[in-house]
Design a protein around this ligand. Structure first.
Ligand code: UDP
Length: 239
């Protein structure tokens, strides 16, 4: 029940990569259904869930820019990709019986509400899952930074950063079998050691506002609920 939970309102960050399943690009419906089931499970316990969705399964601005596209335009392309992911997630969640609202930082009235923080909070209070798309609506930022900013503005108590690996390691665990996982880290260590948790802008924002981050593996079913309950999964980044 809600009494035993650690956090009553959380901001879940889903990378675009998570939507692709095993594929390099696109959206894998089965993977999406698995993610939606987990989110539905959390929402049904009465925990308020807001979500920031990435776009890395389609375009990342800086990668397009490396190939000659104007950086700001490339970033807008990336932001639009996040909206496609938002609609896919909305669809998967509604099929699980979860009432959702998508809010975008770039206005597109036919597909989503504009980003309105007070209205987002009202949705959450009514038990709806709110999905934030189009990042911050500004180039040169990431959806990780968006996650930190949105979490702060809607007064979420933690950022849950769902990834493919089960926490933060000292070196890349996919290439180094001796990589060591951290149970807990302080923000400063993440920055000074250059650990790949979130980009430095996002980490700084969390650090300045003492917003905890939990990095954990999304594809183990039930993990989102475990993270919300404060169970020791993944890596906790805090003061
Ligand atoms: N983006 C942006 N401003 C924002 C958020 C995102 O310009 O506030 C662009 C940026 O080009 C980024 C892309 O959208 O590469 C997709 O977001 P991100 O790379 O953070 O997605 P993820 O890695 O989480 O899938």
């Amino acid at each position: 029940g809600v009494a035993e939970v650690h956090w009553r309102r959380v901001l879940l960050k889903l990378s675009g990569e998570a939507f692709a399943g095993g594929e390099p690009l696109g959206i894998d419906p089965e993977t999406l259904a698995t993610i939606a089931r987990q989110i539905a499970e959390v929402s049904r316990t009465g925990i308020e869930v807001a979500i920031v969705v990435g776009g890395g399964n389609m375009f990342r601005g800086h990668l397009l820019a490396e190939r000659g596209v104007d950086r700001a335009r490339a970033d807008y392309m990336g932001m639009l990709c996040t909206v496609i992911n938002c609609l896919a997630l909305q669809d998967a969640l509604e099929r699980e019986g979860v009432v959702t609202r998508v809010q975008t930082a770039i206005a597109m009235g036919q597909v989503a509400e504009p980003y309105l923080p007070l209205r987002a909070i009202r949705h959450l209070e009514k038990g709806r899952v709110v999905i934030f798309g189009a990042g911050l609506g500004a180039p040169f930022f990431s959806t990780d930074t968006t996650a930190a900013q949105r979490a702060l503005e809607i007064k979420a108590q933690a950022v849950l950063k769902a990834t493919k690996v089960d926490g933060v390691y000292d070196t890349d665990p996919t290439t180094n079998p001796h990589a060591v996982r951290f149970d807990a880290l302080v923000y400063g260590e993440v920055l000074s050691r250059g650990l790949k948790v979130m980009d430095a802008t996002a980490i700084s924002l969390c650090m300045d506002n003492r917003l905890p981050i939990v990095v954990f593996d999304l594809l183990t079913e039930g993990n989102i609920l475990r993270a919300v309950r404060g169970e020791k999964i993944g890596t906790l980044v805090s003061v």
